[in-house]
Design a protein around this ligand. Structure first.
Ligand code: NAI
Length: 338
């Protein structure tokens, strides 16, 4: 079967890592008809739309996307196209597996880190509701609803059960935001009660940040609202070797868009320094979603072999290879892993 997939290279290092991931996926032999659509600052400015319609139309048609990062101007300019896309397609669950990768040195020696972050993806302080009340005073509205909180909680516990995981930790700040985070937590507790086989635990976000750094191996599944999920994801990436190696998936009822945790990395864009592993592993998650389990297994195992051999690694994980050299090594390994 041929799958039609929307490929969004994005900007910054996006086109480099997207093309690497596409080459690696194609090398598995899986049949994909890529529909490439452009989404970057110049397209956004040219169309005058913060989320250009051609991108939405393509994803509505194909229902599955592989997406590179898109830059968002800081403190000014247009609103985040990434947030807009997640809301428009109701990609309510942001799923980010964070795993130690043999061959990547971390600060934790041999401790095996294997956690999955579930981040609510459509509300919270990402509502985009900001106001200048008077000059010098602004408000930003944090939106937490029962519907969205229960939906992400149910999705998380259902995953935990089907994947044979043991424990879900809800992360919150309900000691301060008693109403907003309080509601999120109530929804988590109600959902936990319906899944008694899964151990349930709650940790305040500041304590969670510390516990993650000193005892990362004790975490299993993490469940949290949007903003904490954004921050904790980067922290967790740092535990296993950095943003270059952590993939992600934005899941909805009808659509799925796979993208790495990292952004457009303007500091290294266009230099051949980007690590495409996170994007390739996002493609592995996509292949699993497409039920292409053999191709997914071969690509994942080719990446792992390349790291274990400790040759052709990119700069961020201690090597000297370029994006293209690492990609070539993975493609060679795909042929070998059979
Ligand atoms: P970033 O993730 O782009 O970069 C943070 C640091 O990690 C940089 O030093 C960068 O060089 C390094 N890094 C990131 N990915 C890497 C890779 N694959 N290989 C090697 N090194 C890598 O975060 P930053 O600088 O905060 O954001 C830059 C832009 O990206 C912003 O405009 C932000 O809004 C956007 N962004 C977009 C996302 C998306 O499209 N989903 C997600 C996160 C940020």
């Amino acid at each position: 079967m041929t799958h039609k997939i929307t490929l969004i290279p994005g900007d910054g290092i996006g086109p480099e890592v997207a093309s690497a991931a596409r080459r690696a996926v194609d090398a598995t032999g899986v049949r994909i008809d890529w529909e490439q659509v452009e989404l970057n600052a110049s397209v956004i400015q040219k169309t005058g739309q913060s989320l250009p319609e051609h991108v939405v139309e393509s994803l509505q048609r194909t229902r599955v996307g592989l997406k590179g990062p898109v830059t968002t101007p800081i403190g000014e300019g247009y609103t985040s196209v990434n947030v807009a896309l997640r809301k428009r397609l109701e990609l309510f669950a942001n799923v980010r597996p964070v795993r130690s990768l043999a061959g990547v040195a971390t600060r934790f020696g041999d401790a095996k880190i294997d956690m999955v972050i579930f981040r609510e993806n459509t509300e919270d302080l990402y509502s985009g509701l900001e106001n200048e009340v008077v000059p010098g005073v602004v408000t930003g509205i944090k939106v937490i609803t029962r519907a969205a909180s229960s939906r992400i909680a149910e999705y998380t516990f259902a995953f935990a059960e089907s994947a044979g995981r043991k424990k879900v930790t809800a992360i919150h700040k309900a000691n301060i935001m008693k109403l907003a985070d309080g509601l999120f937590l109530r929804c988590c507790r109600e959902t936990a009660a319906r899944h008694p086989a899964i151990e349930y635990q709650e940790v305040i976000v500041d304590n969670a940040a510390m516990q993650l750094v000193i005892r990362p191996e004790t975490f299993d599944i993490l469940l949290m609202p949007n903003l904490y999920g954004d921050i904790i994801s980067d922290l967790a990436a740092g535990l296993v070797g950095g943003l270059g190696i952590v993939p992600g998936a934005n899941m909805g009822e009808h659509h799925a868009v796979f993208e790495a945790v990292h952004g457009s990395a303007p500091d290294i864009a266009g230099k051949g320094l980007a690590n495409p592993t996170a994007m390739m592993m996002s493609a592995v998650l996509m292949l699993i979603h497409l039920q292409e389990h053999d191709a997914a297994r071969r690509l994942q195992s080719a990446i792992e072999h390349t790291y274990a051999a400790h040759r052709h690694l990119t700069h961020d994980v201690g090597g000297t290879a370029t994006t293209a050299e690492f990609t070539d090594a993975v493609i060679e390994a795909i042929a070998r892993v059979g």
